[in-house]
Ligand binder design. Structure first.
Ligand code: ARG
Length: 864
């Protein structure tokens, strides 16, 4: 028994020969004294020595049996005693202590000598490393008591001691673990319902560096051994009334960032999620989180419920080695149960569901750079997932991974059995597909269709068809790291005409026949690019199908005539990158003049600054959205109205060329069953002035392809940009004319006058209007804007508006242009209408996608 001087809990351990019975009463005092008082009473063992590690206040005791085999060692945990003071002050005990001190000192000297000798002989290269393993152990014959959440309670201490003994026995049954085990601390317990309690613990081992791998392996082997032989051994070795019925053990080495010696504060919070509520990092949102902390929130749901956690905000330093939030499907940070780790500002909304009734959220920070932190809502949801698998009948339908668009829970398996009308086949299209990392064998999380596994992230639709009227789709997630999951629609089709008038991909997806052989994978399985007749071996195939010599690729000249031979020229670009502020000529020269492109002067030796200037040349004739006025006809020939099938005007867009339009990515996102991401849902109206009435020159075109920025973030609206390729070229004339795209170096200074145009609402909450409107705004300084907009304005965004309110873009203007007239009276596209806080409110400017940031993305995906 250990006597502590104050209320602090410390753990003391003894090494004793395995055949000795555990001492009934032993005491260690002194820590933090430097003496070595030691008493072992009423034993048939003799203490032979003790050693204090003053810096950490840990003890090692060496105890020898009277009649025994000394070759075997075992560990024993000395438990805290309640009457520390009394024992410490007793003179009798003190005398005893002194005797023991003597003995211990002698033995210590002896063992030091022996140790030195052994070390000199063979071990001196094998430095011992302390490694902490975190584990959980399910105990079948125990009922959960509320006191198990309070480490200071009697029942906790009692149960913890049984657990520690049980673990010690399990470790000792393993030659490797028994040798290096140092101590266990039981952290907490959870209620698994019925008669099962799970305990979470840390076990510390001192392991020679050369043995680390074998200890790791031995720890993992406990997992398979538990519930079988290992625990039976455990039961045999413990006194019968103390036997714990071990169901399962899971343990792994702790994430080393969590045991760093610089962590000053370690704290746990117990949270019952039943009622719902929020957890947040300290100080959120008024101050940044503290440095050098390890904080954990233990979230517990009622039995038969899961924990659900939805992050409202998460803003951490963007180096996960420094600060991170890590979430576990457990109450202890066991690596195998880690389901997510985040730092920086994540790109998608974060929402997690546990597999059982517990979840652990940890926050680890270091000293450098602290950020606002996080706030997350918790709640509980019934354990039975609402729609995970089952039969699906009917000729069309949808299904998704459990809890989509929240991340799927770990350790989940679902099977859907689809059956459509006789004589038809089944086609499943995955509209969203984010299933972990793409690995060769998809062995962790995967979807299995027709026996083929799919995993990773798939952009665009991925489709799979069956050979009969039935199809089985399986979904499986393993223990760790989850993802957003999938959303799929299925339909029955008749085998012969599955793609009337369109190209049928090998995966049975239908795409426009004209996208075949255009060097873009439209099918998702690249079958639209198969058998396209390639260019000769030493010849490069351009996006437009033309063949040019490889020597012409990345030579700074547009030999393909669609720019595709100059897209991915990392080396040459790196060699000739210009500073942010200067224009890069085709020949790689940098021009320092502000906005030299299309200004009428040849600033590049190769005149490339004056190429591609068939744009933006129809400046507004006069000035007159919210606070705007009707535009003149032909005044805005780049303005496009985008219609969704059956709904009319939905968004604006700008003409970039006879083939391509630029709009906002948020316009082309699927919402529930509304499939805005599908090209066939859209039609573009060019040369339009009144929405209700087409001009004779109005051109109406179907959209052949949509390329939305793959990093568009639904939450932050980061990268809110998308391209639309028209089904066929439109004639360019004074009614339909491209706007100029600014080069990446183009400057739009704060305060500059700019124009917003569109058919959007003329007041907040209003409806789209009939006649195209325009309004004058000004470019607003980004820091001023960020102050006004809660720091939600990212680098790829641009603010414009009128701070006193009254003039702004509004619903329905999205995707349309924010344009600026250059001194040479050309119109440049500075921004794409993206978002705002209401419309035209005081001190709430409009936020636009900053086009200069996406200039090369546009070039890469459209050739424009
Ligand atoms: N998101 C809106 C749309 O879909 C445009 C919002 C622009 N709002 C603003 N206050 N500038 O049409």
């Amino acid at each position: 028994m250990f006597l502590g001087r104050n209320a602090e809990r410390r753990h003391y351990y003894a090494w004793i020969p395995l055949r000795c019975r555990p001492p009934q009463n032993a005491s260690l005092g002194g820590c933090p004294y430097q003496k070595l008082p030691l008493t072992v009473n009423a034993l048939d063992q003799t203490p032979v020595g003790g050693r204090q590690r003053a810096e950490k206040c840990h003890w090692l005791l060496f105890i020898r049996c009277k009649s025994n085999d000394l070759d075997l060692e075992a560990t024993l945990q000395f438990l805290p005693t309640p009457d520390a003071k009394k024992l410490e002050k007793s003179p009798m005990r003190r005398r005893k202590l002194w005797i023991v001190v003597g003995l211990v000192a002698a033995a210590a000297a002896l063992s030091l000598l022996t140790g030195l000798l052994v070390w000199r002989l063979h071990l001196h290269r094998d430095v011992a490393v302390t490694r902490v393993y975190v584990g959980s152990m399910a105990i079948a014959n125990q009922r959960f008591l509320p006191d198990y959440e309070d480490p200071g309670s009697g029942p906790f201490a009692k149960m913890a001691s049984l657990v520690s003994q049980q673990l010690r026995v399990m470790y000792n049954a393993n030659t490797v673990l028994g040798k290096y085990f140092r101590r266990t601390s039981v952290e907490t317990f959870s209620d698994d319902g019925g008669d099962t309690v799970t305990t979470y613990y840390h076990s510390e081992f001192d392991i020679p560096a050369s043995q680390l791998a074998s200890v790791d392996a031995a720890i993992q082997s406990l997992q398979t051994a538990a519930g079988s032989q290992q625990s039976r051994q455990g039961r045999v070795l413990l006194k019968p009334q103390h036997a714990l019925d071990i169901d399962s053990v899971v343990a792994r080495a702790i994430d080393p960032r969590m045991t760093s010696s610089s962590l000053l504060v370690k704290k746990s919070f117990n949270v019952h999620v039943q009622e719902g509520g929020v957890i947040q990092s300290p100080g959120f949102p008024d101050s940044s989180y503290p440095s050098d902390v390890y904080l954990e929130w233990r979230l517990r749901a009622d039995a038969a419920y899961r924990v659900r956690l939805d992050f409202q905000t998460l803003i951490l330093e963007d180096d996960c080695q420094h600060d991170f939030v890590k979430i576990y499907d457990s109450l202890a940070p066991i690596e195998q149960t880690a389901i997510a780790e985040h730092c920086g500002i994540p790109h998608r909304s974060l929402s997690f569901v546990s597999s059982g009734s517990v979840m652990l959220v940890t926050l680890v920070t270091n000293e450098a750079k602290n950020f606002p932190g996080f706030i997350a809502n918790f709640s509980q949801v019934p354990l039975a997932p609402p729609d995970c698998g089952g039969p699906l009948s009917g000729d069309v339908g949808i299904f998704s991974s459990p809890f989509f668009p929240s991340s799927y829970p770990p350790r989940t398996a679902c099977v859907w059995n689809i059956q459509v009308s006789k004589g038809k086949l089944v086609k499943v299209k995955f509209r969203k597909f984010y299933i972990g990392n793409d690995s060769n064998d998809c062995s962790r999380d995967y979807v299995e269709v027709n026996g083929r596994r799919l995993c990773g992230a798939k952009v665009g639709s991925t489709a799979v068809a069956s050979r009969s009227n039935r199809m089985t789709v399986k979904f499986n997630s393993d223990w760790s790291y989850v993802d957003q999951g999938f959303f799929a629609a299925y339909e029955a089709f008749t085998p012969s005409d599955s793609c009337p008038g369109r190209f049928r991909c090998t995966n049975d997806l239908c795409v426009d026949s004209r996208v075949r052989c255009d060097s873009v994978d439209d099918c998702g399985d690249a079958s639209d690019e198969d058998d396209c007749g390639t260019c000769a071996p030493n010849v490069f195939r351009c996006r437009n199908g033309r063949c040019v010599l490889w020597t012409m690729v990345c030579n700074g000249k547009d030999d393909c005539a669609d720019g595709s031979d100059e897209f991915k020229c990392e080396k040459s670009v790196a060699m000739t990158t210009c500073p942010d502020s200067s224009f890069r000529c085709r020949n790689g020269r940098c021009v320092d003049k502000v906005n030299p492109e299309c200004d009428g002067d040849d600033d590049c030796e190769d005149a490339s600054d004056e190429e591609s200037c068939q744009c933006g040349s129809e400046p507004y004739r006069s000035s007159r959205i919210v606070g705007g006025e009707a535009a003149q006809e032909d005044e805005l020939p780049w303005q496009v109205s985008l219609h969704v099938a059956g709904q009319g005007h939905a968004c604006g867009a700008s003409v970039l060329s006879s083939r391509w339009l630029l709009t906002a990515a948020h316009c082309v996102q699927d919402k529930g069953s509304v499939r805005h991401s599908q090209a066939d849902q859209w039609e573009a109206f060019l040369g339009q002035h009144e929405l209700s009435r087409a001009n004779e020159w109005t051109v109406r075109r179907k959209v052949m392809r949509i390329v939305a920025h793959r990093d568009f973030d639904q939450l932050t609206f980061d990268n809110d940009v998308a391209l639309m390729e028209l089904e066929s070229d439109v004639p360019l004339n004074q009614h339909i004319w491209p706007i100029c795209l600014p080069s990446p170096a183009h400057r739009f200074p704060d305060g500059q006058e700019a124009w917003i145009t569109g058919w959007g609402a003329t007041r907040e909450g209003g409806a789209a209007v009939n006649i195209l409107q325009k309004a004058k705004v000004h470019i607003i300084n980004s820091s001023v804007c960020n102050n006004a907009m809660n720091n939600e304005v990212k680098d790829g965004m641009l603010c414009a508006g009128v701070l006193k309110g009254g003039v702004d873009a509004c619903q329905g203007d999205s995707g349309g242009p924010l344009s600026v007239i250059s001194p040479s009276r050309r119109v440049f596209l500075a921004g794409v209408v993206s978002w705002g806080n209401g419309c035209a409110r005081r001190n709430k400017p409009g936020i636009y996608t900053r086009v200069t940031r996406y200039r090369s993305w546009i070039k890469e995906h459209s050739g424009v």
